[in-house]
Design a protein around this ligand. Sequence first.
Ligand SMILES: Nc1nc2c(c(=O)[nH]1)N[C@H]1C(S)=C(S)[C@@H](COP(=O)(O)OP(=O)(O)OC[C@H]3O[C@@H](n4cnc5c(N)ncnc54)[C@H](O)[C@@H]3O)O[C@H]1N2
Ligand code: MOO
Length: 429
Amino acid sequence: MRGLDEHRAAALALAAPLPPVLVPLLEAVGQVLAQDVTTDGPLPRWDNSAMDGYAVRAADVAAATPDGPVVLRVVGDVAAGSDDAPVVAPGTAVRIMTGAPVPPGADAVVPVELTSPRTGGQDAGDHAWATSGADVEVRAAVTAGQHVRGTGEDAAAGEVVLRAGDLVGPAHVAAAASVGRATLVVHRRPRIAVVSTGDELVAPGTALRRGQIPDSNSWLLAAAVQAAGADALRLGPVGDDPAALRRLLHELDGGDHGTVDGIVTSGGVSAGAFDVVKAALADEPGVELVPVAVQPGKPQGLGRLPSGTPVWTLPGNPVSAFASFEMFVRPAVRRMLGADPERPRVAAVADEGWRTPPGRAQLMPVRRVPAAGSGSGSEPGPAVRVRRATARGSGSHLVARLAVAEGLAVIPADVDEVRAGDTLEVFWT
Ligand SMILES: Nc1nc2c(c(=O)[nH]1)N[C@H]1C(S)=C(S)[C@@H](COP(=O)(O)OP(=O)(O)OC[C@H]3O[C@@H](n4cnc5c(N)ncnc54)[C@H](O)[C@@H]3O)O[C@H]1N2
Ligand code: MOO
């Protein structure tokens, strides 16, 4: 039997980052930048006000106090969006709104709350404004630069704000938009075909006769493809007819269903008399069908179809399909996206013990044990503790209970028993 890590490496080796494409901002979310993004000038683009108030010369109001206000003549307005630039000469002020460019001559802003109109008052709810041509009393001093957001404070002209390799999220699209970009260059999103196989499978919602079950794997795997950041083309279920399956796989490989960057199959790869995937791919020179020393997920296959499309053949048991996707397919999909292939692994303490299959690694669905109240909350929390997601452990048919799992514990092949208190390697799914 092939080792888990060896098969993981072979599965990942089938993938490479897809070529860069230019996409509108929102389409880039969840994808990985293929190019740095630099500013088109300094950010902020000009000195601007952080407050609604008056643009002043700080020196003019240096002596202002609540009991000894300084009086300035209001000589103009600058609203956000205005390109007016009234000059603030000594003894004058300009009304300015948050975000508006600081007018020439001014070097600070006094918030409206620290002022009162002496003449020409305009009541704006909580605050009264002195209008243009009137006088305003300033009741507090400000220092030069106060309440001014300086040019280039956020980023300098030509500075890299987003890097190739960054996973695009809301803050990335905000940064891109703020430097004037309506598009981003990302690695193309992979499109992965998912084919479930088995004569017993019917679409969910269809009436079942004895022996039939709803196809859950094509939904599981398509959802997993999407959750990994790729597009899924869900096909099947395909019955236990090797010729029909071979035809479909070759159509996918040949581009008859549009671009397909990979194919994932479920079922039909073990020792059964009607194992359709095994039969369909037995003579395919680029594909190997191998048992892997892991439970669940022993019968595996992978390789390339004649036109080069990678294929991963996963076992049909639903928990096996889930765990196999996590181990062998998700890393490849992430690499195609240009992202880090692996989920981070964390150390967790086993809250209970269980037996594990001798000579095979185990992928145990686990859930967190809620931490007992740890007092003030300021000390570092206790280690994460996990239990098996269900009392039946890693049984590969336990699809209804799989949603209880929050992650998988990876127990190495040379461990035959987990004891309560052991430290385990876990990743969250
Ligand atoms: N004699 C042996 N029998 C089996 C072995 C073995 O080594 N020797 N391996 C077992 C292991 S381990 C696994 S895992 C399964 C894998 O079998 P297949 O990949 O060939 O899958 P199927 O036989 O098609 O199905 C297995 C099981 O899963 C159900 N299934 C399949 N597809 C779906 C689907 N799309 N949605 C929901 N459920 C699905 C299917 O009905 C079966 O119950 O083989 C063991 N046997
Ligand atoms: O490998 Mo199978 O997945 O143990 O049930």
